[in-house]
Design a protein around this ligand. Structure first.
Ligand code: C5P
Length: 243
């Protein structure tokens, strides 16, 4: 870290998709000037446990715990309480868990009152129409994303995770207060989507109304991760000025 914090860093979350705490610490340290949110996902949390959450405090970043909870209402509610006790800023759960699960989670987060915002996963950015069809959901992924976002919103969930292709529709449907989070971001400097199927650029995501962009491999796998993160925050700042 150089110490100078990028003005757009609150809108950029870095996916800490690393196998060990030491690698995550090193990876996060390289980009923390340009990234305000550290996303701890399944690989890191399963290998290292809750101590990874400390990284946020060490580097002056919020922690986004991406556990994508999907279980019976009581189990999810209790996991929400545990995440609140760790002081994380965001926690994901699947909107497809249904109305009772969503309502129980929202009620528990608000009762704990620790500043945690729940984010409902609508349709994973790795899925296209054919993948949805294979699990019994016909039609365009954007229709399913909107349906699930509305369901989560009705049951008190403040944020939704969707692709850049759906964010404008969700913004129009849910209004300015919804926290809309977009993974599947592919800057022009990182062509190809890896396993992501519904991708977009940082500029496109901001212009369409995204609140927070999630970026992993385009930063992690860049020759210079610090420069890659800074370039994305620069693009976010430019796009925010005209959005
Ligand atoms: O490497 P990449 O930029 O594709 O990273 C995307 C990150 O966002 C991964 O950590 C993945 O788990 C997460 N994510 C996603 N799609 C969602 C929700 C989270 O890709 N719908």
């Amino acid at each position: 870290m150089s110490g100078e914090r990028h003005p757009a860093r609150a809108k950029l979350a870095y996916a800490l998709d690393f196998p060990t705490l030491a690698e995550a610490q090193q990876g996060a340290g390289r980009v923390a000037d340009s990234v305000g949110v550290l996303k701890v996902g399944l690989e890191l949390f399963v290998s290292e446990g809750p101590r990874v959450i400390e990284l946020g405090r060490e580097l002056g970043c919020c922690v986004f715990l991406d556990l994508k909870l999907h279980d019976i209402p009581e189990t999810v509610e209790r996991a929400v309480a545990a995440a609140c006790a760790h002081g994380v800023r965001y926690l994901t759960l699947h909107a497809a868990g249904g109305p009772k699960m969503l309502a129980a989670a929202a009620a528990r987060a608000s009762r704990e009152n620790t500043g945690l915002d729940l984010l409902a996963i609508t349709v994973l950015t790795s899925l296209d129409a054919a993948d949805l069809e294979a699990v019994g959901v016909s039609g365009d992924p954007s229709h399913q994303a909107l349906r699930l976002a509305r369901l989560a919103n009705r049951h008190g969930i403040p944020g939704m995770v969707c692709s850049t292709a759906e964010v404008a529709t969700l913004r129009a449907a849910l209004g300015p207060d919804a926290i809309l989070v977009t993974p599947g971001i592919r800057p022009t400097a990182h062509p190809g989507g890896d396993d992501q199927k519904r991708t977009g650029t940082p500029e496109g995501a901001i212009r369409a109304g995204s609140s927070l962009l999630v970026v992993g491999r385009p930063i992690r796998d860049a020759a210079d991760p610090g420069a890659a993160a800074r370039a994305i925050s620069d693009e976010i700042q430019r796009a925010s000025a005209v959005a």
